[in-house]
Design a protein around this ligand. Structure first.
Ligand SMILES: Cc1ncc(COP(=O)(O)O)c(C=O)c1O
Length: 382
């Protein structure tokens, strides 16, 4: 099978932006932004069609539709061992917007925020946009109090973690979550846990930070685990109803400058309530991920990898004599495969010496991309 026929190629070429098919030259395969090439469940599109039948889209609830927030509460109970209440949930215009709202609400110029390094750029970007100084702590699968405690001073206001972690692919054990909860309590810090990847966990059940730290704030989204990136649907979950109301007030939700499309919430509810929408969407991605790991482990030694416990991205170490920016430029131009370079602007300074490969595609696309990369390694003599 031609790799292009294994995915909705023409649709993606015209519509998939953010470093993906619509933004690369013809014949380049983008294994870049964390977004899928495979269709989501038709249960979701059916729900969108049904919700449009009245030809009416009145203003929705400022906090988010009750059906969406209830579905999210049930989802957290069923799959993240976390009991939250509907009034603790604020529907947001994507996970990214939830991080930004939280940062604008809690951070002031002069504050310091501790985040892992490397980590997805959004954590540092949103904190800096709110005027805070970002202090980076080496990201480790096992959380170490001493690494974080030495960075605390009187200006330290908050900790933001990424759980599961993009790009390293770990998710914290219960012990780590308890230690993080104790740490923020001891130092009286705000805590935000970005859990947008929490539906893509491969090794053991996921536990939300909320389970161990009722004061924590959690970011959630349906872009990764359900393939709904373009619908911009996510949530900010807070400790209690009052805290959520305070964010809504400070960020403009009560004045209609914020708020999520009601149609996106319909899709979100359908996804969260369906028995199969999530697992059917994730199963082929998991297969491609496993297949990619197998080929990378058996057919080359240019990239080093640690198989991830979660996410569909691979964080690949590269030979020390290579700069990741230059490597990615050469791979795009010569091998016709685009990866994300481990540059500080994407992941922080701790990303040096790595590239990131997304595996949210068909096995055929991935095989074509890997064949091109391996061939490039062989023929360029590296
Ligand atoms: C760790 C992390 N947080 C937030 C986001 C943003 O997700 P969304 O597109 O749903 O806003 C991403 C996207 O890749 C991510 O990796």
């Amino acid at each position: 099978m031609n790799y292009k026929t294994s995915i909705p190629y023409s649709f993606l070429k015209a519509n998939a932006f953010n470093l993906r098919w619509a933004e690369v030259a013809d014949n380049v395969i983008p294994l870049t932004a964390a977004d899928g090439d495979l269709p989501f469940s038709s249960e979701i599109s059916q729900a969108i069609i049904r919700a449009s039948e009245n030809n009416l889209f009145p203003y929705g609830s400022a906090q988010g539709e009750i059906h969406f927030r209830s579905a999210l509460v049930e989802h957290f109970k069923a799959s993240k061992s976390s009991k939250i209440e509907i009034n603790q949930v604020l529907a947001t215009n994507s996970a990214a917007a939830a991080i930004q709202d939280w940062c604008y609400h809690f951070l002031q110029p002069g504050d310091e925020v501790l985040i892992p390094d490397p980590v997805d750029f959004l954590l540092g970007y949103c904190a800096e946009k709110a005027g805070a100084k970002v202090v980076r702590i080496p990201a480790k699968a096992q959380w170490k109090k001493e690494d974080w405690a030495t960075a605390v001073n009187e200006k330290t206001k908050a900790v933001i973690i990424c759980h599961p972690h993009n790009p390293l692919g770990f998710h914290y054990q219960s012990e780590d979550l308890k230690n993080i909860a104790d740490f923020v309590k001891e130092y009286k810090l705000q805590l935000l846990s970005d859990e947008v990847w929490s539906d893509l966990v491969w090794d053991r059940p996921f536990e939300s930070m909320m389970t161990y730290c009722p004061q924590a704030w959690v970011v959630y989204g349906l872009s990764k685990g359900f393939g709904l990136a373009g619908l911009r649907i996510g949530a900010l979950i807070g400790p209690d109803a009052e805290s959520i109301q305070a964010v809504m007030n400070s960020q403009g939700y009560l004045r209609t400058t914020h708020g999520v499309s009601t149609l996106s919430q319909v899709a979100g509810t359908a996804a969260l309530k369906s028995a199969y929408a999530g697992s059917d969407y994730r199963k082929p991605i998991g297969k491609t991920l496993k297949h990619t790991i197998h080929r990378l482990q058996n057919e080359q030694s240019f990239f080093q990898l640690q198989p991830p416990q979660a996410t569909f991205v691979l964080w690949l170490g590269i030979q020390a004599n290579w700069d990741s920016g230059e490597l990615c430029e050469r791979l795009e131009k010569e091998a016709k495969v685009k990866l994300v370079p481990g540059l500080p602007q994407w992941f922080g300074p701790g990303a040096i010496g790595h590239v990131r490969m997304s595996c949210a595609t068909s096995i055929e696309v991935m095989d074509e991309a890997l064949n091109r990369i391996f061939n490039w390694i062989r023929t360029s003599g590296y």
